[in-house]
Design a protein around this ligand. Structure first.
Ligand code: RP5
Length: 163
């Protein structure tokens, strides 16, 4: 049997992030984009993180979506090991409502960029759509899936508000 090669990798700092990051996986499924999901913590599993980041390109990964909360150094650390675009999703936290995660991910010092999305579910969803945009530059099928997805979204919006 032919092994499925994931084009996108969704990584997250903790199992607790999955309730948000599953939205990214759901959208990628809708667009028929092959992807893998992994728990990789920058501070609890640093070796797993460096091994993953160093081998991602040779494993065929083209985009990495990284969700993290709090100090949220996962997206930046992974980006420091690889040239693959990293899309960061700030996870909402109890103490600071995800502003900590947002500031941490968005405030990368010059030299190692991470694309930063909205806090929580909107960010997870948009990160998947953005990954699709990147992949669609070289993949006509994904470009067509994305067009269909957006058309479908537009059709679901009623013209008139209901009471
Ligand atoms: C970060 O710390 C994770 O990304 C998660 O959002 C946050 C809390 O993790 P847990 O203590 O719930 O495992 O590393």
């Amino acid at each position: 049997m032919k092994k499925m090669v994931a084009e996108v990798s969704i990584i997250m700092g903790s199992q607790t992030d999955w309730s948000v990051m599953s939205d990214a996986s759901f959208v990628l499924d809708e667009l028929n984009i092959t992807h893998e999901k992994k728990i990789i913590s920058a501070h609890r599993t640093p070796d797993r993180m460096s091994e993953f980041a160093k081998s991602a390109a040779s494993n065929g990964i083209k985009v990495i979506i990284a969700g993290a909360g709090g100090a949220a150094h996962l997206p930046g650390m992974v980006a420091s090991y690889t040239q693959i675009p990293v899309l960061g999703v700030p996870i909402e936290t109890q103490a600071l409502k995800g502003l900590d995660s947002l500031y941490s991910i968005v405030q990368m010092p010059a030299g190692i960029p991470v694309a930063t999305f909205a806090i929580g579910h909107a960010g997870a969803k948009n990160s998947a759509l953005f990954a699709a945009k990147i992949l669609s530059l070289e993949n006509k099928n994904i470009s067509n899936s994305l067009k269909k997805w957006r058309k479908n979204q537009s059709e679901k919006v009623a013209l008139y508000p209901s009471n």
